[in-house]
Design a protein around this ligand. Structure first.
Ligand SMILES: C[C@H](O)[C@H](O)[C@H]1CNC2=NC(N)=NC(=O)C2=N1
Length: 100
C-alpha cells in the first residue's frame, strides 16, 4: 500500500472530521471524548474488532472518558488510504457517543 500522494492528501485529509496531522510524523491524530469510561471503552472494543477485521491497527490510549488516537501505516512508514478508512470507521462508530 503506497503512501498518500500530495493530491490525495489535499483531497482526503481536510474531509476528515477533527483529525489533524501529527507534528514531525506522517500520521493523523484525534481526541475522542465520551460521556464516561463505559462509553469510551465500549467504543474501543467495537473499534478493535473492526480494526482487526481490516488488519489495520490504531495507536491509542484511554484515560476515563477520553481516547487519544494516532493512525499511520507502519508498513509504509506513513499515511495510506487505510488510515483514512479507519479514521472514517472510527468517526462513524463514535457518532452519537462523543461530546461536542
Ligand atoms: C503483518 C500485518 O499484516 C501488518 O503488520 C499490518 C497489521 N496492522 C497494521 N496496522 C497499522 N496501523 N499499520 C500497519 O502497517 C499494519 N500492518
Amino acid at each position: 500500500m503506497p503512501r498518500l500522494t500530495d493530491s490525495e492528501r489535499s483531497e482526503l485529509l481536510p474531509a476528515l472530521d477533527g483529525w489533524a496531522m501529527v507534528e514531525g510524523r506522517d500520521a493523523i491524530t484525534k481526541r475522542f471524548v465520551f460521556d464516561d469510561f463505559n462509553a469510551a471503552f465500549g467504543w474501543m472494543a467495537r473499534v478493535a474488532l473492526a480494526a482487526e477485521a481490516m488488519n489495520h491497527h490504531p495507536e491509542w490510549s484511554n484515560s476515563y472518558n477520553r481516547v487519544d488516537v494516532t493512525l499511520s501505516t507502519h508498513d509504509a512508514k506513513g499515511l495510506t488510504r487505510r488510515d483514512v478508512e479507519l479514521a472514517q470507521r472510527m468517526d462513524q462508530m463514535a457518532a452519537g457517543l462523543v461530546r461536542r
